[in-house]
Ligand binder design. Structure first.
Ligand SMILES: Cc1cc2nc3c(=O)[nH]c(=O)nc-3n(C[C@H](O)[C@H](O)[C@H](O)COP(=O)(O)OP(=O)(O)OC[C@H]3O[C@@H](n4cnc5c(N)ncnc54)[C@H](O)[C@@H]3O)c2cc1C
Ligand code: SF4
Ligand code: SF4
Ligand code: SF4
Length: 391
């Protein structure tokens, strides 16, 4: 039976919940805003299936990709709506054109982040673009299994731990399944994102002197590229009951939510000791931003987005190399050099606990935690001096 003694031992993939034959595992939101499984011991028959499908308990070996490319979607409109080079959309279109089904992450009607699937190319737009918070898997793995058993091709995209969870859930390999994961920095708390949004909405209502209940979310983009791919912006749009629009766009370096995310204050505890990155997920293809491309191959960088494409299996290689896409062969070492998240977990910051203990507003908490204290300044200066003296 799943027993979570330490929160970092659960990445929240939900494989146990979906596989339990007694359906006696439910998900409970903790005070940090993450979902964790809880077993109803009275109904549990101690079959241990939940432990067999858990990616944290059943970790695989790290693996380097067979081959690495830098690539761009030829359609600039799609590339600009995508976070990196828009390669996810090309892979998804190839599977859909072959009669397949594509699973990805999108907003539901209440602006909660969930998994869903589409059978049409138009339906892909909901999945496009990174959303920087953890998505609720729901019954997505069960649906993938149903499609595979009925003979359909399936593309499933998600974080490395969600791919590993799916693979363990399925308990066998399917030639008709293409798994695509992302280079993953870590996932922020959905509860914290809700807190951020509620505070923003309340501020807009106050400034415009309208009732907060009249404002509704209309759109959220974490990687708006109108300021460039490398200096992207977070943009949200609200609508009031009279259809008036209120837009807000801020550079990721200025946006209060992105600042807290990039300082790792509210990642899921498992993300500081990730069990699925570095090729452990079993995904056929891993996608990320090709950071550093402006130095490695300046001729292909137009600041609209270049993807790092890591082909991990022969199936992934075969499907990607069939695409009509602008691609350049690269070294995996270059991805590692500019994108540590591909193989290394970020360190758990000391300020994480302070963030969750704070009683101030969300923005006031981030502002106060982002200030560099005198002690931190001294440590920084001493570390630098030490580095210079010792080489
Ligand atoms: C939380 C998070 C952290 C990331 N960290 C890094 C990083 O450190 N370095 C790096 O190079 N790249 C990172 N990425 C990946 C990168 O931002 C792009 O998602 C990836 O390169 C694919 O881009 P694309 O242009 O091909 O397609 P896009 O259209 O941008 O990709 C969309 C794909 O991402 C999936 N997706 C979006 N949000 C989520 C989510 N919350 N959970 C699971 N899947 C999601 C969609 O289902 C779809 O498959 C991260 C993405 C996320 C969601
Ligand atoms: S041991 Fe079996 S019945 Fe009990 S929670 Fe796990 S999967 Fe469900
Ligand atoms: S990591 Fe996944 S399978 Fe393991 S306990 Fe958490 S939700 Fe369940
Ligand atoms: S960092 Fe690891 S544990 Fe966290 S979401 Fe990404 S793959 Fe999952």
């Amino acid at each position: 039976m799943i027993r979570i003694k330490d929160k970092s031992q659960c990445c929240g993939c939900e494989a146990c919940v979906q596989r339990c034959p007694r359906q006696c595992i439910s998900l409970i939101e903790d005070r940090e805003g993450f979902l964790y499984p809880k077993v109803d011991k009275k109904s549990c028959i101690e079959c241990n299936i939940c432990e067999k499908v858990c990616p944290v308990i059943n970790q695989s070996e790290a693996k380097e990709p067979l081959i690495t490319y830098a690539a761009k979607n030829n359609d600039d409109k799609i590339r600009l709506r995508s976070s990196s080079g828009g390669i996810f959309s090309m892979l998804a279109e190839a599977v859909l054109n072959d009669g397949g089904v594509v699973f990805g992450v999108c907003w539901d009607k209440d602006w909660r982040l969930v998994f869903d699937y589409t059978e049409s190319i138009d339906g892909l737009s909901r999945f496009r673009g990174s959303k920087y918070l953890q998505a609720h898997v729901g019954d997505a793995y069960l649906k993938v299994e149903q499609f595979l058993k009925s003979g359909r091709r399936v593309l499933f995209s998600g974080t490395p731990c969600q791919i590993r969870g799916l693979k363990l859930f399925l308990r066998r390999e399917y030639d008709s399944l293409l798994c695509v994961d992302i280079i993953c920095h870590g996932v922020p708390s959905p509860g914290v994102f809700r807190r951020y949004l509620n505070e923003e909405i309340a501020n807009v209502a106050k400034n415009k002197v309208i009732d907060v209940d009249c404002l509704h979310i209309d759109d959220i983009q974490f990687r708006d590229k109108r300021t460039g791919w490398k200096s992207y912006s977070l943009r949200y749009q609200l609508r009031d009951n009279n259809a008036n629009l209120y837009s807000n766009i801020s550079l990721f370096t200025d946006n209060i939510y992105m600042r807290g995310f990039l300082q790792d204050f509210y990642l899921r505890p498992s993300c500081y000791v990730c069990s699925a990155k570095a090729g452990k997920s079993g995904a056929d293809i891993t996608l990320g931003d090709f950071w550093g491309i402006e130095q490695l191959k300046p001729e292909i960088d137009d600041d609209k987005g270049v993807s790092a494409v890591l082909l991990n299996t022969l199936l992934g290689k075969q499907i990607f190399e069939q695409l009509s896409v602008e691609k350049t062969l690269m070294n995996y070492a270059h991805v590692q050099q500019y994108n540590l998240a591909v193989y290394r977990s970020v360190a758990r910051p000391q300020k994480r606990d302070k963030f969750f203990r704070s009683r101030k507003s969300f923005s006031a908490t981030i502002e106060s935690l982002s200030k560099i204290t005198l002690k931190e300044k001294y440590i920084f200066i001493i570390k630098n001096l030490f580095r210079r003296i010792c080489g």
